[in-house]
Design a protein around this ligand. Structure first.
Ligand code: FPP
Length: 241
């Protein structure tokens, strides 16, 4: 009762002071969250999609300008058709809701060619409708980091570049117009990055949370930001004296 009052941390100020411009999320654990509750995996994705909206809005509210989320990987097609269809349906219905985010520019990163024609039209419309807005949300869809690098190299070759540099590749990635992710967060208790932002994430700080994605809260985002703000980023160099 007379315990010390917990000091309130100003997370927004931490974001600014640590220059945290771009955060990326590997939203893992939807299936396990549902199974633990005796629900079908699809219910986990539905809860995950709801939480995605909350987390993305929160990141914006604390001043993070760029958010990237891993919604569907090139490997996720191996899942049962019913589950793939459920994720696609969530994305499809989100496309209309996304218009409520009046200050967010949407970009879908990944190879959208095999997607349903109707979804592709909605993606193209949403991207052009929201162009040039203050905040940026990249949704990785049929995305693979290696495939992204291969396609960037191919484009450079097609453009006749013979002596390809790192800058040539960076300029041909889906996220060419974004700063590289400062922080990549993976939920669900796994310690890997699963082909996500392989090139852009070369110097990203990594943060792993045991929480399953539908249960990952804004307080958990705060914990990741606090951890990030306490790190020393040297980018291969030495500490500044
Ligand atoms: C990983 O959890 C999650 C996915 C493969 C899909 C993520 C998709 C969403 C959060 C919904 C996307 C919708 C929008 C609107 C962005 P998992 O299924 O691998 O979980 P598990 O490891 O517990 O099985």
């Amino acid at each position: 009762m007379f315990g010390k009052k917990k000091e309130k941390i100003d997370v927004r100020a931490l974001v600014e002071a640590s220059n945290l411009r771009h955060i990326a999320f590997i939203m893992d654990g939807n299936g396990r969250w549902a199974t633990a509750k005796g629900l079908p995996r699809e219910a986990g994705h539905s809860a995950g999609a709801k939480n995605f909206k909350t987390v993305v809005r929160y990141c914006k509210s604390i001043g993070i300008g760029y958010v990237t989320v891993y919604a569907f990987s090139t490997e996720n097609w191996r899942r049962p058709e019913r589950e793939v269809n459920a994720i696609m349906a969530l994305l499809d219905s989100y496309m209309a809701e996304a218009r409520e985010e009046t200050d967010v520019e949407f970009r879908f990163i990944g190879d959208v060619t095999p997607l349903d024609e109707k979804i592709k039209v909605k993606i193209a419309e949403l991207e052009s409708f929201t162009k040039g807005r203050e905040y940026r949300l990249n949704i990785a869809l049929n995305y693979g980091g290696r495939a992204e690098i291969v396609s960037a190299v191919k484009r450079a070759v097609e453009e006749g570049i013979t002596d390809i540099t790192e800058a040539d590749i960076s300029a041909r990635l889906y996220t060419a117009d974004c700063p590289e992710p400062d922080l990549i967060v993976r939920t669900g208790g796994e310690f890997r990055t699963s082909n996500f932002l392989m090139w852009q994430g070369a110097y990203s700080e990594l943060y792993f949370s045991d929480k399953l994605w539908p249960a990952y809260s804004t307080g958990d985002v705060d914990a990741a930001v606090i951890s990030f703000a306490g790190r020393k980023r040297r980018f291969g160099g030495l500490d500044k004296k």
